[in-house]
Ligand binder design. Structure first.
Ligand SMILES: Nc1ncnc2c1ncn2[C@@H]1O[C@H](COP(=O)(O)OP(=O)(O)OP(=O)(O)O)[C@@H](O)[C@H]1O
Length: 516
């Protein structure tokens, strides 16, 4: 008991006295202090009439006399509205800005997440005259530069010349939503791209962002945005990559272009996740200023209030049949099926589509596919043209698709954090939702232990009558045959492509040598 208690105590001193988001209540927009009336209308147009508790808690810290005095670390369940919790105060704070320049940057791990967050900003920022940009690499770098930097398109170059900061190169956006790779491209190569005016940095899905280095984007950002008085202490310099070109973007002594005579504001950071890490060695990388921890309740991990969890126990070899029977039970409700890898996602989706008469539209979504294919699938899923998405963990974090009533773990997740993020694709924004996990008898103990790491929510057995499973046997057998055939075809196609490209490579090499 004592040992268990020790494990749940946050390690960093500032994490020991958090603000409990549970103590806040939803707040109708007309009661929200200081809310710009134009933003109120924009929110109403989004169908929002009150702010969720985490949004009220962040608003209280961000707006008012002590505005953003401290950096904010926010841990709140999936679907609780963290995006608007940071977007709204940032837009309100920037609503009085006079000169357009890049003042807020939101960094996210994937393109689809960045698109999603950009949409939230785009729904409110224009109401107060702010522009939002996206740097994720979905278009050519030249096109992206022309969106972000104000200059004639023909001059959009990617060659950075530190001596040539022509006055007409200005940011076209006040707020930028970016993935780390493309952000680094702009930092290193885009003429006119500068972080010297940055006031707000948001790191969403922080624990995922801290797990990978993503071309050292974080130490680079911190170095570039450190104000000059702090840069006497060269803490991050030794980890900055040598391609580092934009030293000119480091904040200047107390003055900023367009704001002569005014002191440069401290860069405010907001970091968020439903499963925010407590690991000091990770959090220290963020170089937080006097951080304030906002969290929901006492437990290490929390599920959304209206999430129901179920386990479905079956023999491993019968899993596809149980899955189909479950999908039939769910009667075409929107559903995400998670598997453990991109390969099994592809195989399972192909197999399900070979079940004749299923009357459910099923597609796959995984990191194995091209971004354009994934985006198209996601759009169809959002619009209800498909009902079931079979997905690898590419869909696990942050994705918000309206109307997803069920999540199915076809393969049991290895970590509680993965379970939380997967399950969190349903039961969002106070809605109900169900998460089913398919297990064999051997997996039950491991699964129960896994759930105990969270708030020990009950997870009853969901039973499917064996007759409805048995009735699928012959269709399953023929679907399996078709799958084998398809896999064979795909394998030989892959070999052919591999053979062709290796032959082309050899020919190229031969030509190259003969030219020499
Ligand atoms: N005040 C509000 N009123 C009604 N709906 C809201 C409100 N705030 C957010 N929402 C909706 O709630 C859903 C979840 O919001 P959001 O994606 O920001 O959650 P999240 O906490 O970031 O989740 P995750 O941890 O999974 O990323 C979205 O569909 C959003 O439009």
């Amino acid at each position: 008991m004592g040992e268990q208690k020790l494990k749940t105590v946050p390690v960093l001193p500032w994490m020991r006295s958090p603000v409990d988001v549970n103590l806040f209540e939803e707040c109708p927009l007309h009661l929200l202090p200081c809310l710009d009336s134009r933003l109120k209308v924009a929110l109403q147009n989004m169908g929002i009439s009150s702010l969720f508790p985490v949004q009220v808690a962040v608003w209280q810290e961000a707006i008012g006399p002590g505005a953003f005095e401290r950096d904010l670390c926010i841990k709140s369940p999936t679907g609780s509205g963290k995006t608007l919790a940071y977007a709204l105060p940032i837009v309100q704070m920037l609503s009085t800005r006079a000169v357009k320049c890049l003042r807020a940057l939101v960094v996210l791990p994937t393109r689809d997440l960045a698109f999603q967050v950009k949409e939230v900003f785009a729904a409110i920022a224009p109401a107060v005259g702010l522009s939002v940009g996206l740097a994720v690499g979905q278009s050519s770098i030249a096109d992206e530069i022309s969106e972000l930097i104000n200059r004639p398109k023909l001059e959009a170059g990617i060659c950075y010349d530190p001596e040539d900061l022509s006055p007409e190169l200005q940011s076209s956006v006040d707020i930028l939503v970016a993935t780390p790779g493309r952000l680094m491209d702009h930092i290193n190569n885009t003429k006119g791209f500068t972080l010297e005016h940055l006031c707000y940095l948001v790191v969403d899905e922080t624990d995922r962002m801290l797990r990978e280095a993503y071309q050292s984007w974080l130490p680079t950002m911190l170095q570039l945005t450190r104000s000059n008085d702090e840069s006497f202490y060269p803490r991050a310099l030794d980890v900055i990559p040598s391609t580092f070109n934009s030293l000119k973007t480091i904040r200047r002594f107390g003055v900023e272009r367009g704001f002569k005579g005014k002191p440069s504001p401290r860069l405010v950071k907001m970091v968020l996740s439903a499963t925010l890490t407590q690991d000091p060695s990770k959090l220290v990388q963020l170089d937080l200023h006097h951080p304030l921890f906002l969290t929901t309740g006492q437990k290490r991990y929390q599920f959304p209030e209206k999430l129901e969890s179920y386990k479905l126990i079956c023999e491993s070899k019968l899993k596809p049949m149980y899955l189909v029977a479950l999908l039939q039970n769910l009667g075409g409700e929107k559903c995400i099926v998670f598997t453990s890898s991109v390969e099994s996602t592809h195989r399972l989706c192909t197999l399900l589509n070979f079940f004749d008469d299923l009357q459910i539209k099923i597609m796959e979504y995984s990191g194995l596919q091209r971004q354009s294919v994934r985006s198209k699938t996601l759009k169809a899923f959002r619009e209800g043209d498909i009902q079931v998405l079979v997905s690898s963990d590419a869909m696990t974090r942050g994705m918000d698709v309206e109307g997803v009533r069920n999540v199915i773990n076809y393969d049991m997740p290895a970590y509680i954090k993965t379970y939380i993020h997967r399950a969190g694709r349903t039961a969002r924004a106070g809605q109900t939702g169900r998460c089913f996990t398919l297990l064999n008898e051997d997996g039950v103990r491991r699964f129960t232990k896994l759930l105990q790491k969270a708030d020990n929510k009950s997870c009853p057995v969901y039973s499917i009558p064996s007759s409805s499973v048995e009735s699928l046997r012959s269709i399953y057998t023929s679907a399996l045959e078709k799958l084998k055939e398809r896999v064979g075809l795909e394998t030989s196609r892959k070999h052919k492509i591999g053979f062709k490209s290796s032959r082309a490579r050899k020919e190229n090499e031969r030509n190259h040598h003969s030219k020499k």
